[in-house]
Design a protein around this ligand. Structure first.
Ligand SMILES: Nc1ncnc2c1ncn2[C@@H]1O[C@H](COP(=O)(O)OP(=O)(O)OP(=O)(O)O)[C@@H](O)[C@H]1O
Ligand SMILES: [Mg+2]
Length: 478
């Protein structure tokens, strides 16, 4: 990591340096070009003017001769103009002495071009005052003749200097070109190649990481699926256990429910047998009545078997069911067992609703709640308190419907009331309770019927006596 930071840092610095040097080369090239153009401009002007000076020196000498001979006023005027032009140009040349050598040509002892030119100008000035002076004309001609090689020399010097400067600047251009190319080469070697290498390496690492990640996700998925399977299995065991408990309760119920009709049948048949034993006549009417009653009881027995069979059918289908139907069915299944334990059921079914649900599952949930009340109620001293279970329904509002179950058993201990819906939570002896009943009930109501179930202890008056009991509230949406 530290190494990487270092390389990134280095690359950044190198990159900055290279960019700075590219900018430097660009500016350098710009200034060199500018200088080249300016130098060429200056030298072109100087070469031009010094050449012109050379040409004018000859021209003035010839014109002096012609003016002297012809006395032509126009020519004289023209000569005057040319002389002043020459003076102006000479002044310009003196102001722009480009090098020591040129300086020496103009002011040095050896050439003293300036002195000669000044002298030539004074001769010309004299001529302008005395144009008839033949001697003066001759000395102008001879002086111009002497001046020519010196002026030539100056022109040549300017040309050479110009060439030299141009050459030097061209060399500099080459230098700039090489410098720029080297900078670009450095950029390629120090930045582009390492960056490309790093990108390739990073891509490879990313690919590997991706593959690892996919592998991990797959493993995670597998784990989740396994966990899901386990949870499903656990839930199935829970539901099976709960069903078994309810079936145990049901068998108990059947035993209670059958006891009565079986004793009726036994009584009828024993009555007839007794008559026959004592040689009494059994009339047809009597037999018909007996068989009618036996059939009725048998019907009842068969119906309880149907109920039981319906209940144990593990149908998971939903259909539109009435809450009152659920209550009716539940009571028909637990009625006998409750009665045999002297437990009274008080129902207050005000309103009814239709919900989408499974009647067996809901009955199972209610049986679990009622069984708990029964377990608690049987512990009560019958002489002191009544054993009652109240079942009530009512619409809470336009969306919610309440089904409540309350008992007179004294309520649930406050320390455990928050835990009673947990699976396997029980306060009962292992032979009596497993702690599955309410957790199943909660599951059936919440998950399968989109309802909610709450519990609280409630104190209330019943037959002029105060009771406390567990109050279960189931709220369905409709
Ligand atoms: N009506 C009630 N009165 C008093 N205590 C109750 C009542 N209903 C439930 N409980 C308490 O809640 C606990 C959990 O109830 P749950 O039905 O889940 O399990 P269980 O009845 O103990 O066992 P199982 O239902 O599996 O036979 C009970 O052990 C009991 O202590
Ligand atoms: Mg229970």
């Amino acid at each position: 990591m530290v190494y990487k930071m270092k390389t990134i840092f280095n690359i950044k610095i190198t990159y900055a340096i290279l960019i700075a040097s590219l900018i430097f080369w660009a500016f350098f090239a710009f200034f060199t070009m500018n200088q080249l153009i300016k130098t060429q401009e200056v030298y072109a002007k100087l070469i031009n003017i010094s050449g012109k000076q050379r040409m004018l020196s000859q021209k003035t000498a010839l014109m002096v001769k012609r003016v002297n001979e012809s006395k032509d006023k126009l020519l004289f005027k023209h000569l005057k103009e040319i002389i002043s032009l020459m003076k102006r140009d000479h002044h310009f040349l003196l102001e722009n002495l480009t090098s020591d050598e040129i300086n020496k040509i103009y002011y040095g002892k050896k050439y003293n071009l300036n002195g000669d030119v000044e002298k030539y100008f004074s001769l010309l000035d004299n001529f302008l005052f005395d144009s008839g002076n033949v001697k003066l004309v001759e000395s102008i001609l001879s002086f111009s003749f002497d001046l020519l090689p010196k002026l030539d020399f100056a022109v040549n010097k300017y040309e050479k200097e110009s060439e030299m400067y141009t050459y030097a600047l061209k060399q500099r251009e080459l230098f700039i070109l090489i410098g720029t190319l080297l900078t670009i080469l450095f950029e390629a070697v120090l930045i582009v190649i390492p960056s490309v290498k790093r990108i390739i390496k990073t891509e490879k690492r990313l690919k590997e990481l991706n593959q690892n990640l996919e592998k991990k996700v797959d493993e995670q998925k597998k784990l989740i699926l396994e966990e899901h399977e386990k949870v499903k299995k656990r839930e199935k065991t829970l539901s099976d256990q709960s069903k078994l408990i309810s079936m145990g309760e049901m068998i108990g119920n059947i035993a209670h429910q059958w006891r009565q009709p079986l004793s009726v049948i036994t009584t009828i048949v024993s009555g007839i047998n007794l008559k026959l034993d004592y040689g009494q006549k059994v009339f047809e009417k009597e037999l018909r009545e007996a068989s009618k009653q036996i059939l009725q009881q048998a019907d009842y027995l068969s119906k309880t078997i149907d109920d039981f069979r319906d209940f144990i059918k593990s149908e998971k289908n939903y259909s539109e069911i009435k809450i009152t139907e659920v209550i009716k069915k539940t009571l028909s299944l637990v009625d006998a067992s409750l009665k045999s334990n002297h437990i009274k059921i008080e129902t207050k079914i005000d309103e009814d609703i239709l919900i989408l649900g499974n009647i067996n599952e809901l009955s199972q949930a209610l049986i679990n709640i009622i069984k708990n009340s029964k377990d608690a109620l049987v512990l009560l001293d019958e002489k002191k308190s009544e054993r009652v279970i109240f079942i009530e329904t009512k619409k809470l509002n336009s969306k919610e419907f309440l089904l409540s179950i309350l008992d007179t058993a004294g309520g649930i201990q406050e320390e455990i009331i928050d835990r009673i819906f947990e699976p396997y939570f029980t306060t009962k002896h292992p032979t009596v309770g497993t702690g599955i009943g309410l957790s199943m009930c909660d599951k059936i109501i919440r998950e399968r019927h989109k309802g909610v179930i709450f519990v609280e202890n409630r104190e209330f008056e019943y037959n002029n006596k105060t009771y406390k009991g567990a109050y279960f509230k189931i709220i369905f949406n409709y």
